[in-house]
Structures are given as C-alpha cells and as structure tokens.
Design a protein around this ligand. Sequence first.
Ligand code: FES
Ligand code: FE2
Length: 396
Amino acid sequence: MQRDEQLRVIDALMKHLDAGTNVDAGCQVRNPSSSYTCPDIAKSEWQRFFQDYPQVVGLSADLPNPRSFFTSSDLGKPVLCTRDDDGQFHAFLNVCRHRGTIVESEARGEKRQFNCPFHAWGYNHKGELIAVPKESHFGPVDRSCHGLVELPAVERYGLLWVHPNPEGELQVDALLGELAPELESWQLDRFVRHGDASYPTAMNWKLAIDTFGETYHFNTLHRDSLAETFYGNVQLYDTYLRNHRMMLCMKNIEVLRDEPREQWDVRRAALPVYYLFPNVQLIIGMGGPTLVRVYPEGENPNQSLSQISFYIDPRIIEAAKDPEFAERYRQITDRMEGFASVIRDEDYVAAALSHLGALSGAQEYVTYGRNEPALHHYHNTYREVLGMAPLEVISN
Ligand code: FES
Ligand SMILES: [Fe+2]
C-alpha cells in the first residue's frame, strides 16, 4: 500500500475513534431473504459466477517449483493447475483425452509427468500428450489434438487466476482497476504455504461472504476472540469496481499515537481485508496473507464450502530457526490458526443460523445498516451482474 494511503488510513481510523464514529453508507438497504435460499438465483449464480467468471484459485506459493501441481473440484469440474519447467502457470480440465477419466487424483505435489491411471496415457505440465503405451496395438493418436483441455490461466500480483470456461476471457487488470497496484505492493509472490482448512457449512455461500463484510458484530460474536485485538464497529471502506477493501481497526493503533508519523506502518494499526469478486477474501496479516475462497455446492442454495489457505513470510520461518525468535513464530502461526477457528466456530455458526432463519420464512427481508457498506456494495454488485434491481433503500 502506498505510503500516502497508509497515512490516510491511520489518520481516518484515529479520527473515527476520537469522534466515536464509523464508516457510513448513508442509508440502510434491505435484501429479500429469498436471495439466500432461492434455487433460481442459486442456479444463475453458479452459472454466471462459478462456471463463467474468472476465479482466484490460489497464490503463487501453491505452485512453489517447476513441476508443482494441485487439483481441485471446487468449480464442480476437475481442474489441474501446474507450473511447467519454464516456471509458467497453466490450468487444465483434469480429464484424460482417451476415455475421459480423471488424470491426477492427488491434491498437490510435484511430478515428472501425469500418468492416467486407466491406460497410462501421459501428459506433461504444459498439458501435452507425451505418452501413449502400446500405440502400435492401439493405433496412431494425433498428439497435437489430444492434449489436456487448457483453461485460460494467468499468474498476476502473486495470485493464480483461472477462467473455468476454456473460451473465457481473463483480463486481470480490467477486473481489478485501481486495486491492481495496491495488490502488487504486498508482493504476494514472496510467501510460502503454511496450511489449509476446509469448512463445508449448511448455508448459502453469500452468508459466508457477508460475515467478512462488517465489524459491527465484533464486540458481541467475537467478544472473547477478535475483540481483544480489534475495535468493533470502526473501519474504513473503499470500493474498486466490483471489489472492495475494508481496513479493520486494531487496538494497537493507540501505540502509534505516540510515535513519529515516519515510523507508522499501516499493518500495525489496521488489517486490510480485500474482497475480490465474486468469492474471495484476501486478508493481509502481519505474518502473511490468508486466502478465503467460498463456493456454493453447485446450484444448491443451502450448502457452501469455504477453502481457507494460510501463507507465511519465509523470513519468519528463517528467523524462527533462532531459538530467540521461535516463540514469536509460534505466536504468528497460532494467530493464523486461531483466526481460522474464529471463522469456523463463531462466524460460520452465526451465519448458518441466519440461513435457518432465511429458510423459516420468518421475515421477508434482511437489513444492511449504514455501518455495513460492504454488504450494500457486494449485494448490489452481484445483483447488477445478474440483471436484478438494486437493493431497496430504506428512507428514514
Ligand atoms: S482413460 Fe486415460 S489412458 Fe485411458
Ligand atoms: Fe466475524
């Protein structure tokens, strides 16, 4: 984040604290509860946002070396992501061109080539068909048109982007707008993988996204966890096309008040939480970023899966070899794991209960307050993409 922007954020958060104010969307809006439960909306979302829209599938660290790979089925189809011998990132449909079985079934690792388990056709990291056993018996196979089906894939700003439609367009800068240089400034390509968590939850995928969209709930839902580190109900909020950034206010901001401005580092005062449309939260922690990807279970409005990945600064791992810093390393990794358990045991428990509430028919609408601008923007954004009317503004 640019130096001027860091200072602007810290100043603005201090101003909110001093005045007892928070970011203000200027109005309340309300969203039909059916937006979380309607099968027709869920079907449109799955088709538009998860079958035909660019996806962030990981960070550069998920493919640490030439010949690294990982597989996924989060998008309802088997996908194989690779880094080839030249370091280039690729994504393919993980489907053998012989009789169509899944080629690679391991979750991640490094391999010389990918051999189909059925008849051992082999593919390299560029997706090229390089081996057809017993071809003299099978008959000739034109290798030039039997490589794995490639998906558009780009590695940009330390993020791995894939378009799930082989014919899709992947213009990352057009998606990010002015957010691009800020993402670049975090040098996301320098981190290493630390671990993962998967949370399948009986709730609509948008309820998972909503939990990241305000800090109004910190002093209640997180009173014994995050509220020890963060001021609830104080944040900054900015939008970048369909994406947004929230800056959560850390209690440690008070320490900066006694320091010269030249020493201010925004990450000691605030936690940047980026939302990348349609389903990604990217949290820039002091020790490294956390990536949260939320998926519906296909067209089912009532079930979602959150894939959470933790990354760590390699300099911290290096420093931890010195016993003097080992404790600090433990604190950082404990904080990452603690954060994941807060999502699972607090946010997603509350959100799953909201889903039950939506299914109950108890109320026609849910309300997003003036202090929840991320929810205004996020819900209006996907509604616009789906051709739905904007959220109804409540005049009061
Ligand atoms: S299905 Fe893959 S080699 Fe036959
Ligand atoms: Fe929360």
